[in-house]
Design a protein around this ligand. Structure first.
Ligand code: ADP
Length: 632
């Protein structure tokens, strides 16, 4: 009988010791079980086996499976039974909660079990070889990798891992691959600079790799079939074991929208700059002085002409226009000094347009200058007055020419008056000497025409003299309190006698309307309006005169159904010598002085005159005079 070796009872022969030695070297756990005793008694194990099944230092050999191993693994008996009966190897992966080595909590472990049948001489299965391997790491690695990839794929930005000096793409998510217009697997293995040939990106890659410092490349424009897009690349170096750069983590975030928005803002700014440049050029080349004032009324910009007019240097301190005017002794059109507290731009500040206010200045060079001041409010989007544009025009030359013209007219009217008086006198003498009879009647008619024409020339000369008196400020006005209603009635009455083409309709307030003005001058104004109304409504047969009280003023208006006045001309009607384009339609007429004189008279009386008219429909001229004793 051969001696039996107890500890390694499962194996026979001299190879047993070598076998045992070998078994102890392998990482897998190995056990040999008895396949026939129905209890799967453990015949032999290696060191790894006890560790892998969590049996610690317990004795396993010689004990039935169920008794030797922890309860959870007893179910493996089914596997053993199946192999023992069928003779085919089988395998199973089993998870098990194993007590943590440190601290509380169980760690999930995973074991791969294999069971192989051992037969002696090819007969029935006598023993089972059980191999157990730790699968926990592999399972975790696979699971982890799946998790990483899923995360990577769903990142809202492109991410790639680049390796080596060539920055070869080792891994890229779909977002990153889309940049190159390829699938992620087609990108892998290619150097990034080939896949995305962009100069700025190549430079950043080179920089990050060389310095080991993170680098960025902004607004890298990539052209894919879907169009051009802009990206921001961030490259983070991954240190290698030798301290060098093993690879780069490349992150790409799309910035197309930001780049577009930035470009739009830049384009707007460029357009604004261009417009500002154009505006500056226009303002600079204007013959008028241009001043741009801010909300507070401070001059923030002026062109060269404006600066020269006021004797300012380009770097003069920003002040109010009236502060710049003050040293130039500004005077009003009638020669009175502009009161120090008067702000000629107050109306503009309140949102109105100031049209051509005349001022006289003593220029910095000591010369007298006439300027015309105009201004307009600049409104903000919300309608608020955010500033003003003021024009200052040097009208000294124009004024001089006007003065010369006035002198000329005054000379002419003087020279014309004496011969006219002579002609009139002789015509009257001739009239008296006309003999009765048909020839005499003809002569008388001719002399009548002479007298009529002489009277017309006299009226023209009178208008001219009147204008000259106005210019020199000597238009005589002797204001008294009088009833405008009575004066209106009387004037209309007188005109009814001479006007036979139109009926003069009169509507006058019953109460007296007392105003303080020169009655002769006011009658002159009304007479002029009546004459014009008749003259410029040749096809009509009526003219309406109305006088009514309107608050603290007397409101007189003269309406006709005549040819009307083009809108563009209405503002100029009251200027000297201005005749409208419609004047010729009304036949030979005056000099364009009547309304100018009327305007001067009304303004001097503290009132206002204006027109409302529609071409082809007629005109209404309004005069407002303050009622006496009711303030200014
Ligand atoms: P004149 O009548 O001598 O031309 P005015 O100063 O009285 O000069 O009038 C100036 C201009 O105003 C006229 O040339 C005419 O074009 C226009 N005008 C004045 N009154 C009327 C009116 N009632 N209807 C139409 N146009 C008028």
């Amino acid at each position: 009988m051969r001696a039996r070796r107890t500890p390694r009872a499962g194996l026979t022969g001299g190879a047993g010791a070598a076998w045992s030695l070998l078994l102890d070297q392998v990482a897998e756990g190995v056990a040999v079980l008895d396949a026939r005793d129905g209890r799967f008694t453990i015949l032999e194990t290696n060191a790894a086996f006890a560790r892998l099944i969590g049996a610690g230092a317990c004795r396993l050999t010689g004990r039935p499976w169920r008794e030797a191993v922890p309860a959870a693994d007893r179910a493996l008996e089914d596997l053993f039974r199946q192999v023992a009966a069928g003779g085919e190897p089988a395998a199973e992966r089993r998870f098990r909660a194993a007590p943590g080595e440190e601290g509380p909590g169980d760690a999930l472990t995973c074991r791969d079990w294999r069971c192989l049948p051992l037969r002696e001489g090819g007969g029935a299965v006598e023993r089972l070889l059980v191999v157990v391997a730790d699968a926990t790491g592999a399972v975790l690695r696979e699971g982890g990798r799946a998790l990483d990839l899923a995360l990577l794929e769903h990142l809202p930005f492109g991410l790639a891992i680049l390796t080596g000096a060539e920055q070869t793409v080792a891994l890229a998510n779909a977002a990153f691959a889309r940049l190159a217009g390829v699938a992620p697997e087609d990108l892998a293995g290619r150097p990034l600079r080939d896949a995305l040939p962009a100069g700025e990106l190549a430079a950043a890659l080179e920089r990050a790799y060389r310095t080991g410092e993170p680098a960025t490349a902004d607004d890298v424009v990539l052209r894919t079939p879907g169009g051009a897009t802009a990206w921001r690349f961030t490259l983070a170096p991954v240190p290698g074991p030798d301290g060098g750069v093993a690879g780069l983590l490349a992150m790409a975030v799309e910035t197309t929208d930001q780049v577009r928005a930035r470009r739009a803002v830049e384009d707007l700014a460029a357009a604004a700059r261009q417009r500002a440049g154009q505006l500056e050029a226009i303002i600079g080349s204007m013959v008028d002085g241009v001043f741009i004032l801010d909300e507070e009324g401070l001059v923030v910009e002026a062109n060269a002409v404006g600066l020269a007019l006021l004797g300012l240097s380009p770097d003069a301190e920003s002040r109010r226009l009236s502060d710049y005017l003050a040293p130039l002794a500004p005077r009003l059109g009638d020669g009175r000094p502009l009161p120090p507290d008067a702000d000629p731009l107050a109306g503009v500040r309140a949102g109105r347009v100031l049209a051509d206010e005349e001022l006289f200045l003593t220029a910095p060079d000591g010369r007298e200058r006439a300027v015309s001041l105009g201004g307009a409010p600049v409104r903000e989007a919300d309608g608020r007055v955010g500033g003003m544009v003021v024009l200052l025009r040097d009208i000294s030359e124009q004024k001089r020419a006007e003065q010369e013209k006035d002198a000329f007219f005054s000379l002419i009217s003087h020279e014309v008056k004496s011969p006219l008086t002579a002609i009139k006198g002789y015509a009257q003498l001739a009239e008296r000497a006309v003999a009765p009879g048909p020839a005499g009647e003809r002569q008388s008619r001719y002399l009548g025409v002479v007298a009529e024409q002489v009277a017309r020339i006299e009226r023209l000369v009178e208008d001219l003299s009147e204008v000259n008196r106005l210019r020199s400020g000597v238009l005589r006005q002797e204001p008294v309190d009088f009833d405008l209603a009575a004066l209106t009635r009387a004037t209309v009455e007188r005109h009814r006698v001479t006007v036979d083409t139109h009926r003069l309709e009169l509507e006058v307030a019953a109460e007296p309307l007392t105003v303080h003005a020169d009655p002769a001058r006011i009658e002159q104004v009304l007479a002029n309006l009546l004459t014009n109304a008749v003259k410029y409504s040749p096809a009509a047969d009526r003219v309406w005169v109305t006088l009514e009280r309107d608050g603290a003023t007397a409101h007189l208006h003269v309406r006709d159904a005549g040819i009307g006045i083009p809108r563009a001309e209405q503002a100029r009607l009251f200027a000297r010598f201005y005749r409208g384009s419609n004047a010729a339609e009304a036949g030979p007429g005056g000099l364009g002085l009547g309304l100018f004189i009327a305007h001067e008279i009304v303004a001097h009386s503290g009132g206002r005159i204006w027109v409302e008219s529609a071409e082809g429909q007629g005109s209404t001229f309004h005069v407002m005079l303050p009622l006496a004793g009711r303030g200014p």
